[in-house]
Design a protein around this ligand. Structure first.
Ligand code: GUN
Length: 292
């Protein structure tokens, strides 16, 4: 079994990006984060993204709004950022309060500044296999892990657990596409799937993105399968100062010995998400330079 070191691979990506950013002669990329409310996980994710951007020489700005902001006010703020030529990337941190339609917000972000890849235009471009599409950060990070670890996907059976807009659907599409890695036979499983373990046992590569702690157990795995665990679940742990610890969607202790490769939680997919946000911001900056 090979442990996939997401921290190490993310650092490789960041080092490459840092070199690229320092070589730009006409300005530097700028990403603006929009946070609504005080969700503790969102605060910590956005802080991590800001710090990483700063370490690469990317200009990171933060706008924070109260959870009482109306959908129209938030849409107006996004219009303002869309029209600000000094901003190359816009990221509205999810989850948003329940009175705000998140899809409406994601679709308002200019496709050219949509470093999250949640806009319908970029999701459509992903289906069309257009190279200028922004790929959402977690799926793009998984692709990079697979590529740099040398896991073969062409002709293989991939099972994706979960059908979210942020992870499940786009990672399935990316692995279906004719890119490298890609060309896989992809099956999506979800809460309404019948006899799910029989399907996961067929997988050569299993991607778990359902947000249920330790959902994947060893009886659900074919020996030699590669496993990517996207789950970041907080479970109570009184022995920790924070009162919680992070666990994945996979029961790592049980499953790891049966796999060819596996990502840990934390230290697997998580750091890659942040690194690929930086890659998307650099891509947005480069594409803005090519605009007429
Ligand atoms: N919330 C959890 N993951 C993400 C992400 O990748 N982007 C945004 N905007 N919000 C998230």
């Amino acid at each position: 079994m090979e442990l996939i070191d997401g921290n190490h691979i993310a650092q490789e990506v960041l080092d490459e990006l840092k070199g690229k950013v320092s070589a730009f002669e006409c300005g530097k990329p700028c990403v603006t984060f929009v946070r609504v409310g005080d969700d503790p996980a969102s605060i910590s994710y956005v802080r991590k993204k800001e710090k990483t951007a700063a370490s690469l020489g990317i200009d990171a700005r933060l706008l924070v709004f109260p959870s009482t902001i109306s959908e129209n006010q938030l849409l107006e703020e996004i219009d303002r950022l869309n029209g600000d030529i000094s901003v190359h990337g816009i990221l509205v941190q999810a989850p948003l309060p329940p009175h705000i339609n998140d899809v409406q917000i994601f679709n308002r972000v200019s496709p050219a500044k949509d470093v999250d890849g949640f806009n319908a235009v970029n999701l459509g471009k992903l289906c069309q296999e257009q190279p200028d599409a922004f790929r959402s950060c977690t799926p793009a990070g998984i692709i990079e892990l697979i590529k740099r670890t040398g896991i073969e996907t062409a002709g293989k059976r991939v099972v994706v657990l979960g059908r979210s807009l942020i992870v499940g659907k786009p990672i399935g599409m990316l692995l279906l596409n004719r890119s490298i890695p890609g060309n896989a036979t992809v099956t999506f499983c979800h809460s309404r799937t019948h006899n799910l373990p029989a399907l996961t046992r067929e997988a050569d590569l299993l991607i778990a993105a359902i947000g249920k702690p330790h959902f994947v157990t060893s009886d659900m795995i074919k020996p030699g399968c590669a496993v990517i665990d996207v789950g970041i679940n907080r479970v109570p742990d009184s022995s920790r100062k924070s009162g919680y610890r992070l666990v994945g969607d996979v029961d790592f202790e049980q499953v790891a010995p049966k796999t060819s490769h596996i990502t840990p939680v934390p230290g697997g997919v998580g750091p890659m998400t942040v690194a690929m946000l930086m890659a998307n911001t650099v891509q947005a900056f480069e594409q803005s330079l090519k605009q007429p």
